[in-house]
Design a protein around this ligand. Structure first.
Ligand SMILES: *Cc1c(COP(=O)(O)O)cnc(C)c1O
Length: 368
C-alpha cells in the first residue's frame, strides 16, 4: 500500500516499515495445535498471577496507578534495585519504542547486530531514525563490528543478550568492551528478555553496568519465563536521567491495573521460575542433540528456543519443514525477516510436542 499524493503524509521513514508479523498461532488448523512460534513458556502463567488478575477484575472502573508503583517496588525488592530508576511499559517492546522516540531526531542512527531482534529496526524507523545493522560472527553479535558502525550520528546501540532469534549471547567481558567503546552520549540498551534462562558463569544481564554508568539501560519482560505475554508487561532499569525522560514520554497509564497486580504476584513466584529453568535445562540440550543427530544445524542456544538450520535442497528447505510440521499441528517461527531464510526458530515446548517435533523432523529428513 502506498500513501496517495495530497493525502496525509507520515514521517518518511515509516513507509520503510514492514508491519511486524507475529509468530503463527495455528488458528486455521483442525485438531490439537502446538504454538512454538513466540517463545512463550510451556508451563503456563503462575496461578498466583491468575488469581491476582481475577481479583483486579473487580476494579475495572478505576484508572491504574500511573507509576505502576507496586510493580516497581516488587521488581526493586527482587533484584535489589532502586524502584525510582525502574520504568514499566506495555511489554518491553513499548520501552524500546519510547527510547527511540525520546532520543532520536531525524537522521540519527541506531546500531544493532545483523540478526538482532526486529523491534530495534521497526522502532528506529517509526521514530524517524536510520537503522544500521552490523555483521555478526557465527550468528553472534560482534563487538568490533558493532563499534565499527558507530558514528557521530549514533544515539543508541541495541544488544539483545541473549539474542532472539539466534539464541547466542555475549559474555559479560564483551558487553563491557562494547560499552567502553561508546562515547557517553550514546545509550547502550541491553535487552535481557531471556536472562533468567541463561546458565553460564560468564553471563550477566547487565544490572551492574546500569548501576555504574550513565548511558546503559537494561530491559526485561514478564512475557517469557513469567508466562504473562498476554498482559504486556516489561520494565527498564535506567540511569536516573533516562528514567526521567521515559516517564515524560510514556502514556500516563501505560501499564494496566490487572497487569500490575498479576506482575507483582508473578515476580514473587520463584518456584515457577525455577521449574521453568529446570524444564529448559532438560529439553534444550535434548532437542539440540536430537535435531543435530538427524542432520540439522542447531545454533547453540542459551535461551528457551533454538534456531534450526535446514539443508539448501529441494523439498528439504525450512519452508518445506514448516509445512510438514504444520500438518501435524506444530507451528514454528519463520525467520526470513531476520535474514535467515533457511532456518526455523523453535520454542522449547512441553515433553509431548518436543518429542513430536523430533519424530516429525526425523521423518522429514529421511523422506525422499
Ligand atoms: C520476546 C522479546 C521481547 C519482549 O517483548 P515484550 O514486549 O516484553 O513481550 C523483547 N526482546 C526480545 C529479544 C524478545 O525476544
Amino acid at each position: 500500500m502506498s500513501t496517495q499524493s495530497g493525502g496525509p503524509q507520515p514521517r518518511r521513514t515509516i513507509l520503510d516499515i514492514k508491519a511486524y508479523v507475529p509468530g503463527s498461532s495455528g488458528h486455521a488448523h483442525e485438531g490439537k495445535v502446538y504454538k512454538l512460534s513466540s517463545n512463550e513458556t510451556p508451563l503456563g502463567p503462575s496461578p498466583k498471577a491468575v488469581e491476582a488478575y481475577k481479583a483486579a477484575a473487580e476494579h475495572l472502573d478505576l484508572y491504574p496507578d500511573g507509576s505502576a508503583g507496586a510493580l516497581r517496588e516488587a521488581i526493586g525488592a527482587k533484584y535489589g534495585l532502586d524502584p525510582s530508576r525502574i520504568v514499566c511499559g506495555a511489554g518491553s517492546d513499548e520501552l524500546i519504542g519510547l527510547l527511540c522516540t525520546a532520543y532520536l531526531a531525524p537522521g540519527d542512527e541506531v546500531v544493532y547486530s545483523q540478526h538482532g531482534f526486529l523491534m530495534y529496526k521497526l522502532a528506529t524507523l517509526a521514530a524517524g531514525g536510520t537503522p544500521i545493522a552490523a555483521p555478526e560472527t557465527d550468528l553472534t553479535a560482534d563487538v568490533d563490528a558493532l563499534l565499527a558502525k558507530v558514528t557521530d550520528r549514533t544515539r543508541i546501540v541495541f544488544l539483545a543478550n541473549p539474542n532472539n532469534p539466534t539464541g547466542t549471547y555475549l559474555p559479560y567481558d564483551q558487553v563491557l568492551r562494547l560499552h567502553a567503546g561508546l562515547s557517553s552520549n550514546v545509550i547502550l540498551v541491553i535487552d535481557a528478555a531471556y536472562a533468567e534462562y541463561v546458565r553460564r558463569n560468564d553471563y550477566s544481564s547487565g544490572i551492574e553496568l546500569v548501576a555504574n554508568s550513565k548511558n546503559v539501560v537494561m530491559t526485561r519482560t514478564f512475557s517469557k519465563i513469567h508466562g504473562l505475554a498476554a498482559l504486556r508487561i516489561g520494565w527498564a532499569y535506567c540511569p536516573e536521567a533516562v528514567a526521567d525522560i521515559l516517564n515524560r514520554v510514556r502514556g500516563p497509564f501505560n501499564v494496566n491495573a490487572p497487569a500490575i497486580m498479576a506482575g507483582v504476584a508473578a515476580i514473587g513466584d520463584d518456584a515457577l521460575v525455577d521449574r521453568a529453568i529446570a524444564h529448559n535445562e532438560t529439553w534444550l540440550p535434548w532437542l539440540s542433540a536430537e535435531l543435530t543427530a538427524i542432520g540439522l544445524q542447531v545454533t547453540p542456544s542459551v535461551g528457551n528456543f533454538i534456531l534450526i538450520g535446514f539443508p539448501d535442497a529441494d523439498g528439504k528447505r525450512a519452508a518445506d519443514a514448516d509445512v510438514h510440521l504444520q500438518r501435524r499441528g506444530v507451528y514454528l517461527r519463520r525467520v526470513e525477516a531476520y535474514g535467515l531464510p533457511n532456518c526455523l526458530r523453535m520454542t522449547i515446548g512441553g515433553k509431548e510436542v518436543n518429542r513430536l517435533v523430533v519424530d516429525s523432523l526425523t521423518e522429514f529428513m529421511g523422506a525422499g
